[in-house]
Design a protein around this ligand. Structure first.
Ligand SMILES: *Cc1c(COP(=O)(O)O)cnc(C)c1O
Length: 333
């Protein structure tokens, strides 16, 4: 059927099942881990969905794999591009390397050397342009025009959303008594996908989004009734920074539809939760993932029957940050 540009594709549960098949060969299923200490604290069974144990240390490999694998042979031959230097950039580089596809990452000259090195290790070609993320973004879209590279979106793309949704399918299989899921929220690809997968099966499962207290762009956008822009502030949950796009096509509506509640977590609680997980679970998690732990430790999840799943979205954090937190919460207490 003829489709105009205005008729966008809606993401359906079928797309999530297709994603599961498509990414199977390069993305490992992740386990859920029962946490007795968090269960005791909350008075409910708490499980950790270990999205930190993917090779790149974050769930974003799911969405990137689903998107890149669904490109045409011609598109794959021309290659892919991104201007993310965070977990999404790593995911795109990783998947492209696995598939023998060229990946270009456009970055500003402010990006720290450690990040550039990890991208290079994954075989990405680095293009350094300008002083800001915005300039890097502009260059990325120029490359799309000039060389036919496909820019891989970090969240506002139906394939990326469906890829992240495969987490929801795994949760349904592993936790038949699941009633609450806690999902770190930034651009909303993760929450849209998981919400779609869970609520298509059981409307009653509660989806709680968690963000840092300041620069929670999706939260503020939902309050305003439309996508807005905000200034970024320093946060331990750096993977949750970034806008949702003023011309957001998918995730704004999907988060609006699937999220039951959104909790904003103060910095202090994010830091404490990171230290708590190192101390009590011997687990490293980045600030973005620790927002969900903070929601549990702060008993911000309603008391009812059923199992709670916390999405441990990633573990990519500098050791210097961790060592400061150990000093602050575990040694000088
Ligand atoms: C990207 C990311 C998120 C947020 O995902 P969105 O789809 O942008 O909402 C959460 N945690 C980590 C570790 C991430 O890298």
């Amino acid at each position: 059927m003829y489709q105009t540009k205005l008729q966008k594709k809606k993401v359906t549960i079928r797309d999530v099942w297709d994603a599961r098949k498509r990414i199977h060969s390069i993305v490992n299923r992740t386990p859920v881990l029962y946490s007795s200490i968090l269960s005791e604290k909350l008075g409910r069974n708490v499980y950790l969905k270990l999205e930190n144990i993917h090779e790149i240390g974050a769930f974003k490999v799911r969405g990137a794999a689903n998107k890149i694998l669904s490109l045409s042979e011609e598109e794959k031959r021309l290659g892919v591009a991104t201007f993310s230097t965070g977990n999404h950039g790593m995911a795109v580089a990783y998947v492209a390397q696995k598939l023998g596809i060229e990946a270009v990452v456009c970055i500003s000259n402010r990006v720290p050397k450690a990040k550039v090195d990890s991208l290079k290790r994954l075989g990405a070609k680095i293009e350094i342009v300008g002083e800001s993320q915005d300039e890097a973004g502009i260059r990325c879209y120029e490359l799309e025009k000039e060389r036919g590279l496909t820019v891989i979106q970090p969240f506002d793309d139906p394939y990326v959303i469906a890829g992240q949704g495969t987490i929801g399918l795994e949760l349904l299989e592993d936790l038949p008594h699941l009633t609450d899921v806690i999902v770190p929220l930034s651009g909303g690809g993760l929450l849209s996908g998981i919400g779609l997968a869970l609520k298509s099966n059981d409307q009653a499962i509660r989806v709680t989004g968690v963000s840092m207290e300041y620069s929670a762009v999706m939260y503020e956008s939902l309050k305003s009734g439309k996508p807005i822009e905000m200034e970024e502030s320093e946060t331990l949950a750096d993977s949750l920074l970034g806008g949702i796009g003023l011309d957001n096509q998918y995730t704004f509506e999907m988060v609006q539809k699937y999220m039951d509640e959104c909790l904003l977590i103060p910095e202090e609680e994010i830091g404490y939760s990171m230290a708590f997980m190192m101390d009590k679970h011997r687990m490293i998690m980045e600030g973005a993932a620790a927002t969900g732990i903070a929601a549990v430790l702060g008993k911000k999840i309603p008391h009812q029957d059923g199992d709670v799943a916390v999405i441990i979205s990633g573990q990519n954090v500098d050791l210097s940050v961790l060592s400061n937190l150990i000093q602050k919460y575990l040694i000088n207490r």
